[in-house]
Design a protein around this ligand. Structure first.
Ligand code: 5AD
Ligand code: SF4
Length: 354
């Protein structure tokens, strides 16, 4: 068993292809030496391909309305217990201006799936932000049509995050009623064809999720050859059908992150807010096992406590400047520096020399 772990780790260190069984072996790394060795390899791969810097992405959560009813998420439409808000185009532009003044070179615009923002409104938002500065714009707004994705790209959006959430089809359809895994993959394909730097990712520790399906998650990210992947622990929200379920294991989330780093050396991997919520040093741990990105919240203070995907989200009481200070502190604490520039994917096709 232990010698098998060593054999697979050697294979991983040599950048040889890993099978699903190999990945499961790595995900079973025991606390202590095995886990330390896995994390050390991931950290080495991160250092080789991304160096000592951490990229910052300022995230604006501009609407907490969602047409979907995902069983894990506090923004689900059946949750009548939260106040809903929508920021106006002007408010989003002002929040972006503030983020740009604070030094951000990437703005992430995230919302629930909220069709209230039609594609022209979103295009206007993107174009106005680009007029302030040619920051990178990442959209995280869920499923849309191919034409809309193309139009948003032409308006100036550079990147798109659409997590596949779980590669286990049964789990996907039971946890995301009214949506389908096939449609999700179709959207990811459309985004790829539209020219975006593509992000996806999954949660770790969903009720009923197996190590086998986590291995499938990583293999899917590899197949999609994503430029970014968000991998974080599941945290139960009290006003959802998954209230009372155990949270995902942070160590397992870190192992999944580490294997993703080893298998996708060029990919941008954030130290997620969910990791920072599960443990006061969760993001530091993630930065030490493969992560090279942090996404500080730049949502205006009055809205951010309402964007409760899961409870006790790290940083909800901070304003954008305080969030930034805390996160720069985390980066320095682990001996790294804040990256300059937009932090585009290191793949040659995305290095356009902005
Ligand atoms: N715990 C952790 N992450 C969650 N997300 C949604 N609900 C939860 C939860 N309860 C993640 C999903 C989604 C992103 C916005 O937040 O991956 O894509
Ligand atoms: Fe909506 Fe996304 Fe939450 Fe699902 S996970 S309910 S799509 S915000």
């Amino acid at each position: 068993m232990d010698s098998n772990f060593q054999a697979v780790l050697q294979k991983a260190a040599g950048q040889q292809p890993l099978s699903k069984e190999d990945i499961v072996t790595l995900l079973k790394a025991k606390p202590g030496n095995q886990q330390r060795e896995l994390f050390a390899l991931a950290d080495k791969v991160r250092q080789q391909h991304h160096g000592n810097v951490v990229h910052l992405r300022g995230i604006i959560e501009f609407s907490n309305y969602c047409r979907n009813d995902c069983h894990y998420c506090g923004l689900r439409r059946s949750n009548r217990n939260i106040s809903r808000y929508r920021m106006t185009v002007q408010q989003v532009i002002e929040a972006s201006r503030r983020a740009i003044e604070l030094g951000y070179n990437t703005i992430v615009l995230q919302s629930g799936e909220d069709p209230w923002y039609d594609v022209n409104t979103l295009c206007r938002m993107i174009a106005e932000i680009k007029k302030i500065k040619n920051v990178a714009i990442t959209l995280s707004i869920g499923e849309r049509s191919k034409e809309e994705y193309q139009q948003l790209y032409r308006a100036g959006a550079d990147r798109f995050l659409l997590k596949h959430e779980t590669a286990d089809r049964q789990l996907f359809s039971s946890l995301r009623p009214g949506t389908s895994f096939e449609r999700r993959l179709q959207c990811l394909q459309w985004l790829r064809e539209s020219g975006y730097q593509l992000g996806s990712g999954n949660m770790v520790g969903l009720p009923g999720q197996t190590l086998d399906s986590l291995a499938e998650d990583i293999l899917l990210l590899k197949k999609l050859d994503v430029e970014m992947a968000g991998i974080g622990p599941f945290i139960p929200h009290p006003q959802t059908p998954l209230a009372g379920q155990p949270a995902g294991d942070l160590q397992l989330a870190l192992k999944t992150l580490a294997v993703a780093r080893i298998m996708l050396p060029l990919c941008h991997l954030p130290a997620t807010t969910a990791a920072g919520t599960m443990h006061s040093e969760g993001r530091q741990m993630a930065l030490n096992c493969g992560a090279n990105v942090i996404m500080p919240n730049v949502t205006p203070l009055k809205y951010r406590r309402l964007y409760q995907i899961y409870p006790n989200k790290a940083g909800v009481t901070d304003d954008p400047q305080q969030s930034l200070q805390k996160i720069v502190g985390i980066i320095h604490q682990v001996g790294r520096e804040v990256a300059a520039g937009r932090g585009d994917s290191p793949k040659p096709v995305f290095q356009k020399g902005y």
